[in-house]
Design a protein around this ligand. Sequence first.
Ligand code: NAP
Length: 288
Amino acid sequence: MKIVVVGSGGRLGAALARELGSDHQVVGFRRKDLDLTSPETIRKMLGDLDFDLLLTPAALTQVDYCEDHVEEAMAVNAMAPGVMAEVAKEKGARMIHFGTDYVFDGKDPEPRKETDPINPLGVYGLSKAEGERAVLAVSEDFVVARVSWVFGPDRPSFLDSIIAKAMEVDEVSAIADKYSSPTFSNDLAKLVSLLIDRPCSGGLLNMCNSGSCSWQEYAQVGIDAALACGVPLRAKQVDAISLEQMGFQAPRPKYTAMSVDRLTQICGQCPRPWQEAVNDYVRRFVAT
Ligand SMILES: NC(=O)c1ccc[n+]([C@@H]2O[C@H](COP(=O)([O-])OP(=O)(O)OC[C@H]3O[C@@H](n4cnc5c(N)ncnc54)[C@H](OP(=O)(O)O)[C@@H]3O)[C@@H](O)[C@H]2O)c1
């Protein structure tokens, strides 16, 4: 299969290009190759290519930056996915676009299902919600894979920062009242690989490791994994702070853990629990 990955320089995009590159012909676009704020450039660059599947993990992902750069956020996260979907449809290709748990308002503590209503709180969530709507308006056969709390070897994330900080100082803390489902980028890329090999109806699809936790629990499992691998940490316990204490500029949803029932049904296997994925990542990529 000929696959195009738009956003191959990002945390998830790099993992997708690597994993799928072993069995397929993959062409990756980084930001310097393809600027998503320009619909003309998107049409020209993608229109010139022959492909069977378009993967679009590229996005403006800095939540607070989006709040002050509404036009750029709407161009990259809302307009560009719709234009890319049009090009994919014209070519008769499949498309998997990547969405976010930030489309939810986070008021309901139950794991979110694909059928649940959305209500984004800030510009990032709103722009991503518009992007998923634009893709599915072009074709109901396209997939919008909602992901959350992505970590992996291609770009540092919260997990890497908390372990690095614990090596430097005696006390670390993380938010104890915000919950979601951590996701290992390499696991996600393998799930995408499974997905494209099976018949699957389009629409929304939650894609994350199974289970859920607070940032504090997530950080503690990462710290415990690093200690178990012999990483010399000064801070061994993660203290609790509240979301409110962080004083973020953009509002954040509190509960956005996602149900993986639909994903399990389609792929024929449940994604492994997030704790197992964190331990595997720390052992293979952090401790070394
Ligand atoms: N990371 C998470 O925890 C998380 C959570 C929920 C959903 N998601 C979603 O998952 C997807 C992948 O996220 P990620 O963690 O891989 O994000 P990432 O590492 O920030 O990657 C996003 C990529 O998009 C590129 N990009 C930004 N603006 C662009 C533009 N104007 N033109 C072309 N490319 C542009 C970035 O390029 P530069 O590197 O040059 O800026 C980057 O390579 C995104 O759709 C995101 O919304 C992520």
